[in-house]
Design a protein around this ligand. Sequence first.
Ligand code: FES
Length: 157
Amino acid sequence: MREIEAIIERYGAQRRHVISMLQDIQARFHYLPKDALMEVAARVRIPLIDLYSIATFYNCFSLLPRGEHVIKVCLGTACHLKGGTRLVEALERELGVREGEMTPDGRFSFETVRCVGACALAPLVLIDERYYPKMTQRKLTQVLARLRRPQPAAEAG
Ligand code: FES
């Protein structure tokens, strides 16, 4: 809770900065924990229902825990026609979770989105907001394998 207090203080507990506060909380925890929203509501003196309205209006916020890597499969018309649903099925098999869920190790979560305006790249997958155009099940498996590999420690300088 101390981290939440620090975020609120960073913005002077001012109502006009509430979206920035929520963005910082989202960045830190990968979602908006209920306790954090209650703390913001109390400190900024804003009704909790207003925070939930903001949290559900903007795509960048999640009320459910998200993994370290967030995978979004576009299921807009173009992506759907070019195999988006097969990518969803492949992800469910690969990760062992269903849409909207997070893997038990907290590494991945995936969700579907509507057209993001890049239909020429269909079927499109976004991973941590990076675009992966013309995705195939094989490419998806390769990308997941790369993300699963432990990252080399930074060299001491
Ligand atoms: S339908 Fe997927 S980007 Fe438009």
